[in-house]
Design a protein around this ligand. Structure first.
Ligand SMILES: [Zn+2]
Length: 236
């Protein structure tokens, strides 16, 4: 018999549902037992950028539930993950659907690969906050009031934080990624813009375009520290 792996194949933490996707798939949050989380970690608001979810899940599965200090949403866009799409099943880019001053009704264009024309269109929604996923996350944020949000995306290989927090500097240093004040293009109606308007600091953690094995090496230790509260003392 081979030696047992410490990492469990199933995620035994019990999540709390806080809403549903357009297709009716539950949105779920994992929360610390008996304490209010300072930090909310979110992954895969873009359904085709879900390697962060895999890395975070692996960390959770190798931890005891009492060691979890952050609140975690492994999949903010279950429709997109199911279909392998960036948007939800209404074709809405959920990261452009928030009721912010800069929300725009124009289609959102993106590209799948660097160098390709940015010509794949998604909708920002019929109106700001039109999508159930958006409404559910806003409601959750009002209830949770986290001191910091860390949102996982791919694959721009940077830490995006307009406030340049110490925690961002530390993560950028540890992961050998650049700390930037924005991702280099406008993101009207993004969750980040909404958080900024609510005075909630948000770090956009853009994983690099690497295989899962390389991502594990560089990013799993950082993610584990985020989950287990090692960074909480750096929050104001
Ligand atoms: Zn993204």
């Amino acid at each position: 018999m081979t030696e047992q792996n410490a990492e469990s194949g199933t995620l035994d933490f019990k999540p709390r549902p806080f809403g549903n996707s357009v297709r009716g798939i539950p949105l779920e949050i994992y929360e610390p037992i008996g304490s209010k989380p300072s930090m909310l970690i979110i992954s895969a608001i873009h359904g085709d950028e879900n390697l962060g979810s895999v890395l975070i899940s692996e960390c959770l599965r190798s931890m005891q539930s009492q060691d979890l200090y952050a609140a975690v949403i492994l999949s903010m866009n279950p429709d997109g993950i199911l279909a392998g799409t960036r948007g939800n099943s209404n074709g809405v880019d959920l990261n452009r659907n928030y009721p912010t001053d800069n929300w725009k009704p124009d289609p959102v264009y993106y590209r799948n690969r660097p160098g390709e024309p940015q010509n794949i269109a998604l909708s920002p929604g019929k109106r700001p906050g039109s999508e159930p996923e958006t409404m559910a996350l806003m409601e959750l944020m009002h209830a949770l009031k986290p001191y910091l949000v860390v949102s996982f995306h791919g694959f721009l290989a940077c830490i995006d934080d307009p406030l340049s927090l110490d925690i961002s500097k530390d993560i950028a240093g540890r992961t050998n990624m650049e700390l930037v004040p924005d991702v280099g293009y406008k993101t009207p109606g993004s969750f980040g813009s909404w958080c900024a308007e609510q005075d909630i600091p948000i770090i956009t953690y853009e994983l690099p375009s690497l295989g899962i094995a390389e991502l594990r090496k560089m990013h799993t230790p950082v993610i584990r520290d985020l989950l287990t509260g090692k960074y909480d003392s750096m929050l104001g």
